[in-house]
Design a protein around this ligand. Structure first.
Ligand code: SF4
Length: 214
């Protein structure tokens, strides 16, 4: 079977067994942006606790968070781990936006995809996965997000080689699937669910996994 056909078959199987994942779990594009930085190297449940802290303190806005001293921001996001580093990265991102667009996050996110991606990747601490998560989930732009789960699942199913990098995997998906943000959104979310529940680093639960036999 061609790789493109396999990727379509994976999607159909995951969606039929698991249903729509309604990902990214955030109330606003701003919250997606904050979550995309906080989720680096940590489980989502820790991000939820950090976001709850920010919301509880009435800080979940571009104006409020960008004005907060970095040390104080670090305290609020402590549950997400690496909190000093992440507070710095979050401020780098927020200050980049406010320096160009003031409080108008919509104007920042309304830029064309290549331009917005280039800007995001120019910010210290914003890598490809974080940038693409913001592009897809906050701006609604059609770009495929690759993460460690994607890599692990595709390697285990011999769709890619262990050494294939982010760009190669992203290109594979974007060459194989229609350029549809909703499809990329759901596909990534389903892979996250598979990776999180079944395809763990150690002892994958293939017997119960929707992708078993594929
Ligand atoms: S758990 Fe097994 S069947 Fe499921 S994605 Fe991983 S390797 Fe494939």
């Amino acid at each position: 079977m061609r790789t493109a056909d396999r990727l379509h078959a994976f999607y159909d199987r995951m969606l039929s067994r698991l249903g729509s994942q309604h990902w990214w779990p955030a109330e606003t594009p701003f919250e997606v942006m904050v979550g995309a930085v906080l989720t680096q190297n940590t489980a989502w449940k820790n991000v939820e606790r950090a976001i709850a802290n920010l919301k509880g303190a009435g800080l979940m806005s571009l104006a409020a968070l960008s004005a907060l001293p970095t040390g104080l921001l670090a305290e609020y996001i402590r549950p997400a781990g690496y909190y000093n580093i992440k507070a710095g990265r979050l401020h780098n991102l927020l200050h980049f936006v406010t320096a160009r667009h003031g409080d108008d996050l919509g104007a920042f996110l309304a830029q064309p995809l290549p331009q917005l991606r280039e800007q995001l990747l120019s910010i210290k601490g914003i890598g490809r996965e974080t940038a693409d998560s913001i592009l897809l989930y906050a701006a609604g732009l059609p770009i495929f997000v690759v993460d460690a789960y994607t890599h692990r699942i595709l390697v285990r199913h011999q769709v890619i080689d262990e050494e294939d990098d982010y760009d190669a995997i992203q290109e594979l998906f974007m060459d194989s699937l229609d350029g549809d943000a909703q499809l990329y959104n759901e596909y990534h979310a389903l892979l996250v669910r598979i990776g999180n529940v079944y395809c763990k680093k150690k002892n994958p639960d293939c017997a119960a996994c929707p992708l078993q036999g594929m």
